[in-house]
Design a protein around this ligand. Structure first.
Ligand code: M6R
Length: 612
């Protein structure tokens, strides 16, 4: 989720690149950089925003009519100037910008190190540009061909643009799993990760397809090949949409865009960590603490809001799979109640932003008592990521909507990976169960995709219920945290009062609220406590509550009882939260949008809560 811009033509490149980066800053904003050919190939980059980069450039000679630029959202390595893009090749003749994750970068890096190469950064991107230059040297080919050959060795996702001082009239671009658009001007070309930096200059664009490489030359026709060397005819499309629609990927709001990004963000969270062939889960970030986790007598999870709900799912996962007792704490309560913490404890802090003041304070308290602190953060290099002893990043990409959606499913994915890794090493689950679960996890993005297709039904439910004043969400087992998260999503963006409860707990109080005006959302998937949940549904039905049920595809029993049904695909009970939350996010979204609420920036809320 970084931003890419490139230009080759007859105009000054710098203003086009800077304006483009500013348009793309919503995709990532921890560092930015630029490469221009003027005299030689010059790279300028800096930690911070595009404006900081601009300030540095104001003192340099930045003339030139070919260049590339990048605004970064860190995935490998801290957000520092060294890790910022562009990255030079070893000779400094080539520079690259990259979005995505090269999964096999460590094995490629090892091979290159064995051949005598030395690297400057921690990034996967630098490995790729070194590989391309190595191929150029050894095979005597030009940049376009070397890039094509190199990409056959790459596993992972990429959108890349390369520039070379040896071939100063061209750029080379390629994509797989990460978008890239080429704008066709008057003898010049604009390249970007979405059309927002291009729209001011031309409406004629070519969207590169999977595994295509483009040769983009000043005053020449665009050439495209697949990485397997098949020539393709560029398909030129006319851009018909507005700037703000492009930034939101064609969606009405960032929240909806982020809901729809989840197949990608979940996959990015396990990319390079889940190896089906070898039958292993490897989490490089916590490798040094694995033994400690295996021997742990207790895990404490501290977090707030949605991240706390992810922590609750984590509790079920760690207890089920790794047989380690877990306590999930509101960070804000933890710090004020003199908790018992020992040096044997492992504390897992979960935070999307990595800046939540209460979570940070809970970490500092636990640290002062000698506990080991592991982090699960989305923002690389954030305060929480830095305060922990080690951690695993979620790789969900920037989340702009205040209501957390894709960060939640990424957190649950990482917790699943952690619990699986420990369970396998500890031997607390059988190899066949482990094997089965990693295949099931690998299939989740596709099932999320399928779940996302269910829209009309949800819009209709939203239409019917948008004016009610209260909602109840009920679930048991793994679906209890989903009930809490579903309720939080609705209240924070639609301002309808909503409560999440364990389904069986309803009869100890909330049942008094139920009448014909009360919508009750049941997460009633067909595993574990299914029969029990059916009894709870009947209790609500007997009191005329309006039942909305999330069920497994093909369900018969609940369908007979509920007024509204939303189906999700069959999957292992442990992974149901990743699917069941999707329709609840969409239901909240549609209700809020129909009520005319400011979905992306709900009243009184901030994206990162840096005060107590
Ligand atoms: O950045 P964090 O994950 O630490 O934030 C914690 C909560 O503030 C956050 O999850 C909040 O509850 C969201 N608005 C929920 O959508």
């Amino acid at each position: 989720m970084c931003g890419i811009v490139g230009y080759v033509g007859n105009k000054e490149a710098l203003p086009i690149l800077i304006k483009g980066l500013k348009r793309l800053e919503y995709r990532g904003y921890d560092s930015a950089g630029i490469a221009l050919i003027n005299g030689g190939l010059n790279v300028y980059k800096n930690k911070g925003k595009v404006a900081d980069l601009e300030a540095i450039l104001s003192e340099k000679d930045t003339s030139g009519d070919v260049g590339i630029a990048h605004t970064r959202w860190a995935t490998h390595g801290e957000p520092t100037a060294i890790n910022a893009h562009p990255h030079y090749s070893e000779s400094k003749d080539i520079a690259i910008i990259h979005n995505g994750i090269i999964e096999n970068y460590s094995s490629l890096k090892e091979e290159l190190i064995n051949r005598g190469y030395k690297f400057n950064s921690d990034t996967d991107t630098e490995v790729l540009v070194y590989l391309i230059e190595d191929i150029q040297k050894n095979e005597g080919v030009k940049l376009f061909e070397a890039t094509r050959i190199a990409l056959n060795q790459v596993i992972g996702a990429y959108a890349i643009v390369l520039i070379s001082s040896k071939e100063p009239d061209l750029l080379v671009a390629a994509r797989k799993g990460s978008p890239l658009v080429i704008g066709i001007g008057n003898n010049d070309y604009y390249i970007a990760s979405d059309a927002s930096p291009i729209i001011d200059y031309t409406r004629n664009v070519v969207y590169l397809k999977e595994e295509e490489v483009a040769l983009v030359r000043r005053n020449r026709e665009l050439q495209i090949k697949t990485i397997k060397n098949k020539v393709k005819t560029p398909y030129i499309q006319k851009l018909e949409i507005s700037l703000s629609t492009i930034e939101k990927g064609g969606f009405e709001h960032f929240m909806l865009k982020e809901i729809y990004e989840q197949p990608r963000s979940i996959r990015d969270s396990f990319r390079g960590r889940l190896n089906l062939e070898k039958g292993i889960v490897s989490l490089g970030g916590i490798i040094d603490y694995e033994q400690k986790l295996i021997n742990a007598k207790r895990i404490l999870i501290v977090a707030c809001g949605t991240s706390w709900h992810a922590g609750l799912v984590g509790e079920y996962l760690f207890e089920d799979l790794a047989r380690i007792p877990v306590e999930v704490e509101y960070a804000s309560e933890f710090r004020y109640r003199n908790p018992v913490i020992t040096e044997d404890d492992i504390v897992i802090a979960i935070s999307q932003s990595g800046e939540t003041a209460d979570t940070l304070a809970a970490i500092n308290l636990a640290k002062s008592k000698g506990a080991t602190i592991l982090g699960i953060c989305n923002v690389v290099g954030s305060s929480i990521a830095r305060a922990t002893h080690a951690g695993v990043y979620t790789h969900a990409g920037p989340e702009i909507g205040v209501a957390s959606t894709k960060a939640f499913t990424a957190q649950v994915t990482v917790l699943t990976l952690m619990a699986l890794a420990i369970a396998q090493k500890k031997g607390s689950i059988s190899q066949s169960r482990f094997q089965n679960l990693i295949y099931e996890l690998d299939a989740v993005p596709e099932k999320v995709e399928q779940t996302l297709q269910e829209s009309q039904q949800i819009v209709e439910i939203a239409e019917k219920l948008k004016d009610v004043r209260n909602f109840l969400y009920l679930g048991r087992g793994y679906n209890f945290p989903i009930a809490l998260e579903g309720a939080l999503k609705l209240k924070e963006i639609s301002y309808i009062h909503a409560e999440g409860y364990p389904a069986a707990e309803m009869k100890h109080g909330p049942i008094a609220l139920i009448d014909e005006l009360m919508p009750v959302v049941f997460i009633a998937t067909n595993k574990g406590t299914y029969e029990k949940v059916i009894s709870n549904i009947m209790e609500v039905k007997a009191r005329k509550g309006q039942i909305i049920a999330i069920v497994t595809e093909g369900d018969v029993a609940v369908k007979k009882l509920a007024k509204y049904i939303i189906e999700i695909p069959e999957c292992d009970e442990l992974l149901v939260p990743l699917l069941a939350i999707i329709p609840l996010q969409k239901l909240s979204y549609h209700i809020a949008a129909m009520r005319g609420c400011n979905v992306d920036q709900p009243r009184n809320l901030a994206k990162s809560v840096t005060v107590e």
